[in-house]
Design a protein around this ligand. Sequence first.
Ligand code: ARG
Length: 398
Amino acid sequence: MAKAVLAFSGGLDTTVVVKYLQDEHGLDVVTVTVDVGQGEDYEAVREKSRALGAVSHHTIDARREFVLGYIHPAIMANALYQGKYCLATALARPLIARKVLEVARAEGASALAHGCSGKGNDQVRFDLAFMSGSDLPILAPIRDKNLDRPAEIKYAAEHGVEVENVAKRFSIDQNLWGRAIEGGVLEDPFTEPPSDAFIWTRTEDLPHNPTYLDITFRGGVPVAVDGQEMGPVDIILHLNRTAGEAGVGIVDHIEDRTVGLKSREVYETPGAVCLIEAHSDLEKMVHTIHQSRVKAAMDAEWARLTYLGLWDEPLRRDIDAFIRNSQGVVSGTVRLRMQGGAVRVVGRRSDHSLYDQRSATYGQDSTYDQRRASGFVELWGAQSAEANRILRKAEAEQ
Ligand code: ARG
């Protein structure tokens, strides 16, 4: 029988999709669960797949690849969509899709499938990643049959599939880089997220004393915390834990989805908040004024393309090359201070620093001769001063 390969989480959506592909399309279903640090019980997911009658199941540990190939580029790009969202979900989707494609090739599949709805960004990310990597048809029954949650629960019941925990308070997507919390009471944008929405970030009884973290970067990526070298995955886990414990990492904003909707999004991303804060600060010390200006524009575009599902767009790769080229000098250490859930950079140093204390000092041994500035200022403002001189003259003649 022809096979479809499905990105499978074991949740309600992908459970319904397995049944749907079997019953309505007459396909054998191969399920793929990609570990991007969501911390599932992967054996339980395998068991769910088996119970649904999938012909095979693949669990793929892609955590290291996720960090090296997706999170590190995001750190180098200081990537925050609309200035706030660290793209945790958006970065994971193209990697999950790539793994599904690998399995599809190995299994000789004739279709690719996902369980995304037609309202979100993830359908766009999966579809575009699938389309970039193969010509196989894409099946997305939740979207294409316009199924909502009650309809899914009904479909599951009618097909003899047990779905547990259907009355969840929130819809969650999480991985190493962050946790997205949606739905339920959060759909009212004026309702404050209840504290049980958060599991990584402390919201009550915060430590009285400040927490300090020294983050060391080499070539734009984090390599050590408080002088201790750590592997790429461990460093993120460590920061999620320590910054989360200090109450840092909650983001709550209104986001513009790819499909035209606005949505209220709540995230907890302690590691990402710290790393991007520290990395962007270090860049300001080592990049020239010109590099900083253009890079900020490139960074914003990189985040936008990634959010919009255009990970495989050539422009994203072009911008990526520009960004990587700028990271050689981004080495050094940034000190963060966290208190009351807020984080602030309180120190930075780098061998590549362009900050010259001897010239910047207001003390008496400055190497900067102030007298040289006046000629500069005169020339710098010459055009503006002339324009205003003409305006004043015209006004006086009226
Ligand atoms: N708004 C975020 C994004 O589009 C988070 C989405 C969470 N996804 C989910 N399936 N619950 O990247």
